[in-house]
Write a new protein. Structure first.
Length: 157
């Protein structure tokens, strides 16, 4: 029996931001490394992370992940860093320059979609997004519901 969090490429998903696809139009996805301190890796391996309300910010030509909550590792009492600290993301300089240009356009921002382990390294999947309006969200929900009903009808037939 396969573990649902692992794929054939050796990727183990720790946590994902499912609400991001509901709240934003995803324009582009980027894979970035993440700088972790001390026991954060062990805590991530246990799946103790939350991406709710987190975002990426470009500051001094470096990208930081903010509001990402990684719970403290219980056996590592005093070595634990603060759970909601800013974490540096690792990208090539050309990618950062391109993202700086894109995020300066009105309405674009960087949002993490998921944190995962690829082989032995912790990675973050960032997305360049543009916010959805309320009517866009309603339309997406309507389409999703109609698709579900159509699948049910085909299944019962």
């Amino acid at each position: 029996m396969k573990n649902s969090n692992k794929s054939a490429e050796g990727i183990k998903i720790v946590c994902s931001n499912r609400k991001a696809s509901h709240d934003y139009h995803i324009i582009e996805k980027i894979e970035a490394g993440i700088v972790l301190a001390g026991t954060e890796v062990k805590s991530l391996r246990e799946g103790k992370a939350n991406l709710k309300d987190s975002y990426a910010l470009i500051k001094d030509e470096e990208i930081y992940l903010l509001n990402c909550h990684i719970s403290p590792y219980s056996p590592g009492a005093r070595e634990n860093p603060p759970p909601a600290r800013a974490r540096k993301l690792l990208l090539h300089k050309k990618e950062i320059q391109r993202l700086i240009g894109k995020t300066r356009e009105k309405g674009f921002t960087l949002v993490p979609l998921k944190i995962y382990f690829k082989k032995a390294h912790a990675k973050v999947e960032l997305a360049l997004v543009k916010g959805k309006k309320l009517y866009d969200k309603r339309r997406a929900l309507k389409e999703k519901e109609s698709k579900r009903e159509l699948e049910r009808a085909m299944k019962n037939r």
